[in-house]
Ligand binder design. Structure first.
Ligand SMILES: NC(=O)c1ccc[n+]([C@@H]2O[C@H](COP(=O)([O-])OP(=O)(O)OC[C@H]3O[C@@H](n4cnc5c(N)ncnc54)[C@H](O)[C@@H]3O)[C@@H](O)[C@H]2O)c1
Length: 308
């Protein structure tokens, strides 16, 4: 079976591509490398350096005839989406729509979309959020993710294009960009390895639901096999605050001299985020397996290897 992954040169996409190749799938990657890296493209996959907004995307679909499409290409900075909502919508809405439309035109069996449980619900009204929690994104990035889900629903209802929108919590692990403004685990790990104190925004008591990327690979593999259609959370239903992350990474680093330094709180930052994974368990047979302690250890060790 052939799987086309957009954004397969990035953090999550390249880990998923590795997982697919291991399972014997044929893998085609479409990525413009605006944030991904050529070295992430796994051997054994076919690679097109291409922008998902380009109307000539149709020629790749016609040539490759994928059975399944995993759409992960995106502008992933919430801050950039606030500063330039048109740029964000161009990539995250129009790019997504171009991919969905090509799936419909070329009889793709299913599209799996990387949505965001951390942003589509907005400031959560109850904890954990299940998929029936009201949506109310408070950033253009979240609006774009929800809009793409709505297009997927429309294409399913109108043309029968099957889809699963995986509403990811906060994903961390090997290959995450340590230089962006998101990805606190990657940023902290990298700083510890440079013998520098990372800056903790505000009091560091803001919480997120952190999922190890290996568990996300598993969720994508299970989504390919499932008959479920719709949106499903991929989270651990466990909250960890930034101070907790700092302390676990500090212990793993064995570097007691790194001090706890606090900067100003990020304006408009969500205080808490926590997702239920009951639906993923029921419909995909998925549940997270890697604890935060184990995941942070694996991630820190990976960063320490690539830094030398
Ligand atoms: N990392 C997280 O915690 C998280 C959480 C929720 C959702 N997501 C979603 O998961 C997906 C993957 O995120 P990631 O963390 O791996 O980010 P990433 O930046 O590492 O991967 C995104 C990839 O898309 C590519 N890309 C960007 N614009 C493109 C375009 N116009 N055409 C073709 N390729 C393009 C980039 O080069 C990059 O390789 C994204 O859709 C993101 O919004 C991530």
């Amino acid at each position: 079976m052939k799987v086309l992954i957009t954004g397969g040169g990035g953090f999550i996409g390249s880990n998923v591509a590795d997982g697919l190749l291991e399972k014997g799938y044929e893998v085609v990657i479409v990525d413009d490398l605006s944030n991904g890296k050529e070295e992430n493209i796994p051997e054994g996959s076919k690679f097109y350096r291409f922008d998902v907004r380009d109307s000539k995307l149709s020629s790749i679909f016609k040539e490759e005839k994928p059975d399944i499409v995993i759409h992960k290409a995106a502008q992933l900075s919430v801050r950039v989406s606030v500063e330039d909502p048109l740029l964000d919508a161009g990539i995250n809405i129009m790019g997504g729509l171009n991919v969905i439309n090509q799936c419909k035109e070329n009889n793709v069996k299913k599209i799996i979309f990387a949505s965001s449980g951390g942003t589509v619900y907005g400031e959560q009204k109850h904890f954990p959020a299940d998929e029936d929690h009201p949506t109310g994104p408070i950033s253009p990035y979240g609006v774009a993710k929800l809009t793409t889900e709505n297009y997927l629903y429309y294409f399913y209802k109108t043309y029968g294009l099957k889809y699963i929108a995986l509403r990811y919590a906060n994903i961390y692990g090997p290959r995450q960009d340590p230089y962006g403004e998101a990805g606190v685990v990657a940023i902290f790990s990298s700083k510890f390895l440079d013998n520098e104190s990372p800056t903790i925004n505000g009091d560091g008591l803001q919480t997120r639901d952190y999922v190890y990327v290996g568990d996300v690979v598993d969720a994508n593999l299970k989504a390919i096999e499932s008959d479920f259609v719709g949106s499903v959370n991929i989270g651990t239903c466990k909250e960890t605050d930034v101070m907790g992350l700092f302390n676990i990474i500090k212990e793993e680093s064995g570097n007691a001299s790194i001090e706890e330094i606090h900067g100003p709180a990020q304006k408009g930052e969500q205080r808490r985020s926590l997702l239920s994974f009951e639906l993923a368990k029921k419909e995909l047979g998925w549940e997270p397996k890697v604890s935060i302690e184990e995941g942070l250890r694996l991630t820190y060790r990976w960063f320490s290897k690539v830094k030398v």
